[in-house]
Design a protein. Structure first.
Length: 230
């Protein structure tokens, strides 16, 4: 006789929190995320379905496997994971748990999810991030991104936070943390990604100016080399 797990039928889908690395497709047309542990090899979209990372044909989450999306109940528990050295470049995600799920003491393992919001930590220099820039690693067809201020973007492939939200779609909101490490505290009055506000336009302008300054410095160096040859 098999013991069946109790089934839940909530009026609204549960909410959870997790950390992940932001990703940008090779052609720059899509934004997504990749996990920091078991599912790190499989980038996923803002609205996506889980697949077994071992290549098995069963549906996730399977009771006898550890496949499926994972999240925790408490935001503070997810933020705590951002304190470790290997996860400092990750972002904090707020997700909606969709489809079948298995509830654990600390969180859920589940079939589908929608990423509702992403909170980006500070740049490596400590300044508030205005962009997500090429982090120097990736997956086939995808570039890993990390928080960057306008001064540190330089010539790297980068997108502003508002552009990343637009590329992700599905109503994704992307916010800059207040700085000081780990996802940080969301700034008051953060705007959703439906349309650019003043802060988003200022960030876009700062990113463009930083790129222009970098290209001008490169042109100046080329000019100095050319004049030296004469």
């Amino acid at each position: 006789m098999r013991m069946r797990l109790p089934e839940e039928r909530p009026a609204e889908p549960p909410t959870g929190f997790k950390i992940a690395h932001p990703m940008l497709s090779q052609d720059g047309g899509r934004a997504g995320f990749t996990g920091v542990s078991l599912g790190g090899a499989l980038p996923y979209g803002v609205l996506d379905e889980a697949h077994c990372v071992y290549g098995l044909r069963h549906r996730a989450p399977h009771r006898r496997c550890d496949c499926g999306f994972h999240c925790v109940h408490d935001r503070s528990a997810a933020e705590a994971m951002l304190c470790t050295a290997e996860h400092r470049a990750a972002v904090l995600l707020e997700v909606t748990v969709l489809g079948a799920y298995i509830r654990f003491e600390l969180g859920f393992r589940y079939a589908r999810q929608r990423v509702r919001a992403a909170t980006v930590g500070p740049c490596a220099c400590g300044a508030v991030a205005v962009a997500l820039a090429d982090a120097g690693w990736g997956r086939p067809g995808w570039r890993g991104l990390a928080a960057s201020c306008a001064g540190c973007v330089r010539g790297r492939t980068a997108v502003s936070l508002a552009t990343f939200a637009r590329l992700g779609g599905e109503g994704l909101r992307v916010r800059a943390g207040a700085g000081g490490g780990g996802g940080g505290v969301e700034p008051a009055g953060a705007r959703p990604a439906e349309g650019p506000g003043v802060s988003e336009l200022v960030a876009e302008a700062a990113l463009l100016q930083a790129r222009l300054d970098w290209f001008q410095s490169q042109l100046a160096r080329l000019g100095e080399r050319g004049s030296g040859k004469g």
